[in-house]
Design a binder for this molecule. Structure first.
Ligand SMILES: NC(=O)c1ccc[n+]([C@@H]2O[C@H](COP(=O)([O-])OP(=O)(O)OC[C@H]3O[C@@H](n4cnc5c(N)ncnc54)[C@H](O)[C@@H]3O)[C@@H](O)[C@H]2O)c1
Length: 239
């Protein structure tokens, strides 16, 4: 399927070496976009530029955006996708190190992506930022994911603030709330696939399901869509 306005666009995907980030990167490549992946681990797709990036480190996120604008001239779309689950243990048993790790990647990583992405997009007067939140920000799935859930709820708040503050610069900021999606992260958290019983559409989602929504949100067809949270969850949150 073609999505208007994505051919030739410069797109950064964080955490694009695995799971849904990889699917999102593949989706943009298939639309003819130039894709830059920032990740700490894994092997990049052959069709993308790779810049090793730990999103919890602000200078590394700034370097990723600088690398993109220096090598491709601009930044049209940023997908803040990198995330970690952290330890699935009850709230009172969360360690300070574990809390810092989850908030460092899932919350501060998105803040740094927004900060440096918005700076680049403000200079060129336009762009789209897609933040990957989670249905868990609204409704717990895995017992013990309280810090993860809080980080994802904060991503929704950041999305609304950024959309509000930067709409006047022609920048759209949106969030996507995936339900259970078949990736290494979900397989580690739910090895027996029990979560499918809570999904009205009675299947686990795929990276392609998420990529299709991200491509639409980034495309010209969604040019009046900003500040929203789009669930891609098989009606998980409606159940
Ligand atoms: N899989 C699900 O069911 C699900 C549901 C809702 C939301 N999410 C969110 O979707 C996003 C992608 O998750 P996934 O399921 O594809 O997970 P995944 O573990 O398959 O992939 C995550 C990627 O992020 C990278 N990453 C981790 N820490 C990083 C860091 N500090 N800097 C840069 N990259 C880093 C990893 O190396 C990996 O390539 C995450 O934000 C996750 O919270 C996942």
């Amino acid at each position: 399927m073609r999505y208007d306005g994505l051919e030739g666009k410069v797109v950064v995907v964080t955490g694009g070496n695995s799971g849904m980030g990889r699917g999102i990167a593949e989706g943009f490549v298939a639309q003819g976009a130039k894709v830059i992946v920032g990740d700490v681990n894994g092997t990049p797709l052959p069709q993308v530029l790779f810049h090793r990036t730990d999103v919890s480190q602000p200078e590394q996120v700034r370097a990723l955006i600088d690398f993109t604008t220096a090598s491709c001239g601009r930044l049209d779309v940023l997908v803040n996708n990198a995330g970690i689950n952290g330890a699935l243990v009850p709230l009172a048993e969360q360690t300070e190190t574990g809390i810092d790790a989850v908030l460092g990647v899932n919350l501060k990583g998105v803040i740094y992506g927004l900060k440096y992405g918005l700076l680049a997009m403000t200079r060129q007067r336009g762009g789209v930022i897609v933040n990957i939140a989670s249905v868990q920000g609204m409704r717990p799935i895995h017992a013990g994911a309280s810090i993860y859930a809080a980080s994802k709820a904060a991503v929704v708040s950041l999305t609304r603030s950024a959309a509000h503050e930067y709409g006047g610069h022609g920048i759209r900021v949106v969030a996507l709330a995936p339900g259970p999606i078949d990736t290494p992260m979900l397989r580690a958290a739910d090895p027996h696939g029990a979560i499918v019983d809570s999904v009205p559409l009675q299947r686990i989602g795929t990276s392609n399901d998420v990529a299709a929504a991200v491509l639409w949100l980034a495309s010209d067809a969604a040019s009046y869509v900003s500040g929203v949270l789009l669930p891609v969850d098989g009606a998980f949150m409606a159940a």
